[in-house]
Structure formats: C-alpha cells, structure tokens
Write a protein that binds this ligand. Structure first.
Ligand code: GDP
Ligand code: MN
Length: 390
C-alpha cells in the first residue's frame, strides 16, 4: 500500500524525525488558512499524489505571498498528475500540502528497504540527493552508501556513522542522522513497511537535517495488523481495475499488452503469461482467480478483464482441481452473455468434469474457441488477437 507525503510525514513526526512544519488542505481557502497558521513569508505548495517526480510535473511550487499560495493551490487542485512513477495513470490531486519553505544548503538521499538477498532491512544513502537519484544509482553507483541492518541486533550506532560520514556530513549532522535512521528503522519495523524513501533529506541553512519529502510503502499482507495504516488508504490514487479486483479478493495486476488472461493459481497464471510471450503475444494482465473459484467469481473476473479497452482477445486457462470444470464453464457462459464480449475467447479447461464443461461451452452457441492444451491455447489466442487488432 502507498501513502501520501503528508501521511508519511505524520508518521515521521511520530517517530521523532524532523520534517518541515506543514498543513494539508483540500481547497484554495484552506490552503491560505494553512499558510497563515504556519506564518512566515514563503511557503511551498505540494500536490499530494502517490508518486514522486511531482517537482518536474509542476506539482511542487514555492509561493511568496498568500495570493500565490491560493493561486498554486487552485491550479494544483484542478490538476491530474502523471509522472514516470505513475505507471500510465493520471492521478487526481484532491489535497495539497502547504509547508514552510526552507532555505536548502544541500539535498541528500536516504532510503530503507527490504533487502531480499541479504534478508534484512538495508539503508541506502547518498550525498547526491534530489530529483535524479535513479540516475545516480545507474551511472555513479559508487556515490551510494549501503548498510545492512542485522535483524536481531538492530541498527548499530557505528552503522549510522558509516552512513553519515559516507554521505560527507559533519560530526553534528552525523549525530542527527543517527537519530533519524533509528527513528526510521523503528517505524519500518513497527508498521511492517516495505520501503521508506526520503528524497531529499536536506541540510537547511542552519546546518540541520530534515526530511523534505517522504514516501513509504506498507506490506499489504501485514495491513490487518495496522488498522491505523489501512484507514489512510486513498483509492482515488490506485488503478481502478485493481481496486475493483481487491474488493472481490482477486489477485489482479494491469499490464500493457492486449491479451487478457484469466487463470486459476498464481503459478499457472505466470506460466500462461510466459507461453503467451513465447508465442509472440503480450498479456494485458495478471489474474489469479484462486483455487476455489466458482461461477460467480469467474463472472466478476470477466467483467474485470474486459473493463480495459486495450483487450483484443481473452485466454481462459483453468485447471479444475478443487473447482469443477462444468461450474467454470457456466461462469464463462454467464459472463460472456452478461458482459457482451466482443473479442475472441480461447478456453483451455482441464481437470474434474472437463467433458461436461466442454460440452456446455460447445452447446452455448457462443463463439468460444476451445483449446486442447496450454501451447495450443496460446497459439490460438495470439493469432486471434493479431487478427482482431489488424
Ligand atoms: P518530488 O518531485 O515528487 O520528489 O517532490 P519533492 O518534495 O522531493 O520536491 C521536489 C524538489 O522541490 C526538491 O528536491 C527541492 O529541490 C524542491 N523543494 C521542495 N520543497 C522545498 C522548499 O521548502 N524549499 C526549497 N528551496 N525547495 C524545495
Ligand atoms: Mn522527492
């Protein structure tokens, strides 16, 4: 699960990590009131969307008067933001963060992530922070400092010093960094996060460190332990198809191809996508309808994959182990009738009651192309999609 910057900063503040004072607003008037409350004569107005790269997309602006605050807030609240991090989505801006503007001496980078190779939380830091960290990582990886945190021992003071001196900080700042890292590490563990990114972590003109930006990810599988995090969910920032899928407990991920897939079992779904690619096609989604699928779930799944307008053909690949093929066939028929499918549907059914299932499909008078095995199904669906797209 993703969070807004203002939510992440609230959590940072709870864990003693210094963040610039700020208030969130939903209207230009609230934005002006927020700026007035904060005081000072310069503010930064920041669009709240689930993505970085806002600065370059016009979603982060300095304002030197209350009128400018109002103007920028008004402009951003009417905006949809799409950056290299939004995965093709246009994210609506329903809130802006009004923060005291800082005089920045330099911009650093600090993140914590779950390191699967080393099976621990790893911190990465760099003196070269700001908007282009991806470029730093790929072109000058030597500028990144990495420390692995032992799960049992936790973050050690020497590790924070290693990071701080590696980032070129002075001793007083290294001390501050130690507190920031220990707060971030506690936050990470307490809330079952999978990523924290502070880009930039800045040195202000007073020489002190603070988190100017904040991005966190929480592990969805642990959300049941953190109702306070689950309550922060903002579905307007998510792919609508994926939101609908999660309501029906379907494991769905949008991809950029044109062949929709409906498969039971994550492993079979992966194999199906592989075989589609092997045959020269591109999957439009990953969808695991689950082992215990019934007609109802199949119908919901069909509606889901058809909600994309990119789909040129559908491949249904079901192995009836726990489920019965005749029940799946009924679901497919009901769905195709109800939703009005206009693209070719290739079905490969195998397993319990397969003969009955195929018979139902054959008798349905729907244009369903049946396939004998996975390779056959992939060949047929790739050909059908090519024909449809042509
Ligand atoms: P992102 O583009 O979505 O990552 O948004 P950030 O919050 O990281 O802001 C982008 C950039 O705007 C930062 O790297 C800073 O250079 C600049 N910026 C943000 N807030 C302030 C501020 O208070 N003062 C100044 N001078 N610059 C800021
Ligand atoms: Mn940033």
């Amino acid at each position: 699960m993703n969070f807004h910057e203002y939510q992440a900063k609230e959590l940072f503040a709870d864990y003693g990590i210094p963040v610039p004072a700020g208030r969130v607003a939903s209207t230009p008037e609230e934005a002006v009131a927020a700026a007035r409350e904060l005081g000072g004569d310069m503010w930064v107005v920041k669009a709240q969307v689930h993505a970085g790269g806002r600065g370059k997309a016009g979603g982060v602006k300095l304002a030197r008067s209350l009128d400018e605050v109002r103007g920028e807030a008004k402009r951003m609240l009417n905006m949809k933001i799409s950056t290299y991090q939004t995965g093709g989505l246009e994210l609506p801006v329903d809130k802006v963060l009004i923060a005291e503007a800082m005089d920045i001496e330099s911009e650093l980078y600090l993140s914590a992530l779950t390191d699967r190779v080393n099976r621990c939380v790893t911190f990465m830091g760099s003196a070269a922070g700001g908007v282009d960290i991806e470029e730093v990582a790929s072109k000058t990886p030597e500028k990144l400092v990495t420390v692995n945190i032992d799960n049992t021992a936790g973050l050690q003071p020497f590790q924070a010093r290693q990071m701080g001196f590696g980032m070129g900080l002075n001793p007083a700042q290294v001390k501050q960094l130690g507190k920031i890292m220990s707060g971030l590490y506690r936050l990470y563990k307490d809330k079952d996060l999978s990523l924290i990114e502070v880009n930039p972590l800045v040195i202000g003109d007073d020489g002190n460190l603070s988190a100017l930006d904040a991005k966190i990810n929480a592990d969805d599988n642990a959300l049941f332990r953190h109702p306070e995090l689950a309550a922060m969910r903002d579905e307007s920032q998510e792919d609508p198809t994926e939101v609908a899928a999660s309501r029906h407990d379907l494991n769905y991920v949008t991809l950029d191809g044109n062949i929709a897939c409906m498969v039971n079992g994550a492993g079979l779904a992966m194999a199906t996508m592989d075989v589609i690619k092997l045959q020269g096609g591109e999957p439009a989604n990953f969808l695991d309808v689950g082992g215990g699928s019934n007609a109802e779930r199949v119908r919901e799944a069909f509606k889901l994959i058809l909600s994309s307008d990119r789909v040129d053909a559908i491949l249904v690949n079901i192995f009836g182990g726990i489920v019965r093929c005749d029940e799946i066939a009924e679901g497919i028929i009901a769905a195709v009738r109800e939703v009005g499918v206009e693209v070719p549907v290739v079905v490969r059914l195998e397993g319990t009651n397969v003969d009955k299932g195929r018979e139902l499909l054959d008798q349905s008078s729907l244009k369903i192309i049946s396939a004998s095995d996975l390779n056959d199904a992939a060949t047929k669906v790739v050909a059908a999609a090519k024909e449809k797209a042509a």
